[in-house]
Design a protein around this ligand. Structure first.
Ligand SMILES: Cc1ncc(COP(=O)(O)O)c(C=O)c1O
Length: 380
């Protein structure tokens, strides 16, 4: 591998690609990568079909098709009372995160990353020539340690430019509390930091409530709020995301995005607008269905003698397998036909959670039942 690619590969993890390929090759149940095995709401799928057949097949405008931009403004207002100055449609939340970090951070800047973290963050920070400063959240509760966060910011001696916040949080399944977010907000205001938020699981909260950091006092003017249609509406393959916030932050993100992909997914942008305009009851039903799956897999893991840490949101449960999780996951497909991910891949500090395994529960009940049975067989 050329050195440049090797350097980047070393920053993140290739385990999802490897594990998904392994699951396909061996016929194992894939509880590794977070994607549902059912389609999103039929009205949303129909909207995509109609857009394809209706001639919406050419480049979208760089900021996104007007129907989706309007739906995002309405969504932020109706769900959270937010009135962002501007909105930008992106190729999934992933492109919004990459473009934001590259557009807002200079070489030599530092970015606070709460770990464990979604694996693209570190690579995106590297794209910008910036450096991550990790704040470690530890099991079993993964609570934010305010002292560690302050120490990380102060340790940057003025170089920290931004904080990357993910709530609801992958891989822990945590939903940041108001108190935690206020602690982050106070630090952002005190040190004049930009808050880049990844809220892709915003509608998948089972216990508690999702609080966008931009809704806290003094934060709307310094927050770039990122989300996407994939997770909340079970269409992860569409990669339609967006960011919203102050005009200057969105403009910086747009400047990078135009040279990455310019614009994409025109028919799916129209369908994403339909998703965001679904009645709240339908959004609640999607969440409630997923909560039942969470409970089913938690019960199955507990019955198999693994100790699940019950998540408040997202697609993921972490369970303590009581032994080296990397080894445990490496042999799991052959031992019982299941693929899962050691949680340590999401940490820079590889000793922070050595016995935890992340399982995705966004699967049909019969698949979860089969997986639970196979896991139970391990301890039999
Ligand atoms: C925290 C988090 N952010 C972003 C993404 C990717 O979002 P998208 O598919 O919209 O790029 C994921 C996908 O796993 C995720 O877990």
């Amino acid at each position: 591998m050329p050195p440049a690619a090797a350097r980047l590969a070393g920053l993140g993890t290739t385990i999802f690609t490897e594990m998904t390929a392994l699951a396909v090759r061996t016929g194992a149940i894939n509880l590794g990568q977070g994607f549902p095995d059912t389609d999103g709401p039929s009205a949303v799928i129909e909207a995509a079909v109609n857009a394809l057949r209706g001639g919406e097949n050419q480049y979208a405008p760089l900021p996104g098709v007007p129907a989706l931009r309007e739906a995002i403004f309405a969504h932020q207002r109706d769900w959270y009372g937010l009135e962002p100055e501007d909105v930008l449609v992106t190729f999934g939340a992933t492109e919004a995160i990459a473009s934001a970090v590259m557009g807002l951070c200079d070489p030599g800047d530092e970015v606070i990353v709460f770990e464990p973290s979604y694996d693209s963050y570190t690579a995106c920070v590297a794209f910008a020539g910036a450096t991550p400063r990790f704040v470690t959240m530890r099991p079993p509760d993964f609570a934010l340690d305010p002292d560690a966060m302050r120490a990380a910011i102060e340790g940057g001696r003025g170089r920290v430019k931004a904080v990357l916040v993910n709530t609801p949080h992958n891989p822990t399944g945590r939903v940041f509390t108001r108190t935690e977010l206020e602690t982050i907000a106070d630090a952002c205001i005190e040190h004049d930091l930009i808050c880049i938020t990844d809220e892709v699981y915003e509608h998948l909260v089972f216990d508690g409530e999702h609080i966008p950091p931009a809704t806290l006092p003094g934060m709307a003017e310094r927050s770039l709020t990122i989300s996407s249609v994939g997770k909340s509406f079970s269409v992860t393959g569409w990669k339609i995301g967006w960011c919203s916030g102050p005009a200057a932050l969105v403009a910086a993100t747009r400047t990078v995005k135009q040279f990455l992909t310019f614009a994409g997914g025109t028919p799916l942008q129209h369908a994403a607008a339909a998703a965001l305009r679904l009645p709240r009851e339908e959004v609640d039903t999607l969440r409630d269905d997923l909560r039942a799956k969470r409970d089913q897999l938690c019960d199955g893991l507990a019955a198999a003698g693994l100790r699940p840490l019950v998540p408040a949101g997202t697609y993921f449960i972490n369970a303590d397998v009581g032994t080296d999780a990397t080894q445990w996951c490496a042999t799991l497909p052959e031992r019982c036909g299941i693929v899962a991910i050691p949680t340590s891949v999401f940490y820079d500090d590889k000793d922070a959670a050595p016995t935890l395994v992340r399982f995705a529960f966004c699967k049909r009940p019969e698949v979860i039942a089969e997986a639970a049975g196979r896991l139970a067989g391990l301890s039999a």
